[in-house]
Design a protein around this ligand. Sequence first.
Ligand SMILES: *Cc1c(COP(=O)(O)O)cnc(C)c1O
Length: 468
Amino acid sequence: MKINQVMRRLPNMTELLEKSEVTKLIDRFNKNMVNEALNQSLEELRQELLSKAKAKENIDVKTREQYASVVISKAIERLSCSPYSLKRVVNATGVVLHTNLGRAPLPKQALQRINEVSQSYSNLEYNLDRGERGERYNHVRSLLCDITGSEDALVVNNNAAAVLLSLSALASGKEVVISRGQLVEIGGSFRIPDVMIQSGAKLVEIGTTNKTHLRDYERAINENTALILKVHTSNFKIMGFSTQVSHEELVSLGKKYELPVMEDLGSGVLLNLNSLQDFGEPTVSDSIKAGVDLVTFSGDKLLGGPQAGIIVGTCELISKIKQHPLTRAVRIDKLTLSALEAVLMLYKYEQYEEIPLYNMLSKSEEKLQQDAEELAYRLKKVITNKGEVAIVDDVSEVGGGALPGEEIPTKAVAIKPKNVSVEILATKLRHVETPVIGRIKNDSLLLDVRTMSKEDIKIAVKMVMEAL
Ligand SMILES: *Cc1c(COP(=O)(O)O)cnc(C)c1O
């Protein structure tokens, strides 16, 4: 058959759009996306046939109906490779708070709240008692006060914003005293000295990298001092011959000179929870109890919620901060606020097991072993002779600039591919429908089960099958 005759058998878009499979696709995705996928698939088939004809290769001639099926199945393939840029991935790195992979996964209650609150209107800034304008910050205010023991609270876009805003409102044009051992950089561009410059406050460094004493603070205080700042060294540890001044000492020094003490805690462990006690991470409630006037921390680190910056402290300081013009620029949005309220509710009613982050951090060795066995068993079935599968003991880290140096024992499944290199396998697994991110060690790809849910295990197996 001549190529022109073959081409005339190809279906047109109108015909394709009438097929029942296509109607189903439109229901699942949307008309424009399906249209685009069909168009591209039709064009791809046309080009394939033309290039075969040009190369004088044999063309497998099909009926019009059969060509339509070919185009539709190509379109399905295109659509199932998500057209979205931001997508779900399986975190098999074992790093619980992976900043590049979106930090804390949200509890289902948070998603339910986002759904309910944002599909319609809400009382975001409306006081239902009085029928007039209300404050968005009030929705989580009393929850935060209850949980941390603070007088007042304010939430903003993220912790970097919380620190910048607090310093701008309380210390612009004045001096802030901070220990040299706490001038931290938190990944990329957040450096305490730079944030200080942005806020208009003047940094007064005291002590040395490893040792700062109470007398160093006292000597630096003068009539221009606005604030004593303590920053949690959340992503590194100074070991050995080192001293930092305790909360209690700083608080009494602050009282003596009538200066507020602010602490940037970063990681945001709210309370002393059993599963976290082993790590000795400082908690927000401990700082408040010790009398620290203002504490800032992240919503999406060890709190296990959405990205947010949380400021808790005295009514006097919080109300000063609220009045600063930057507050409006860094304000929290309604999706985050509804998710954060849901997560804080879980804390209030002590339903910690509902918070995915806690589940992952507190997974027992038996549970890890069970998950690893299940993953290994399923992988062996799909990999067969294309590679070796073994369960290995390894260590994972918390990540996200929290609990530095803490290595948690974990279990991983190691895949050693036979026909391709481990790098190629890792690359392929990043380009499947649901990307799977593991870590390469000793020529194997490790899938750490600590950060994988039951569903993730099933998805990972499917994706490995696709990749190999
Ligand atoms: C992580 C961290 C920040 C930045 O918080 P984001 O929520 O990422 O904006 C600031 N300070 C400390 C001490 C941190 O650990």
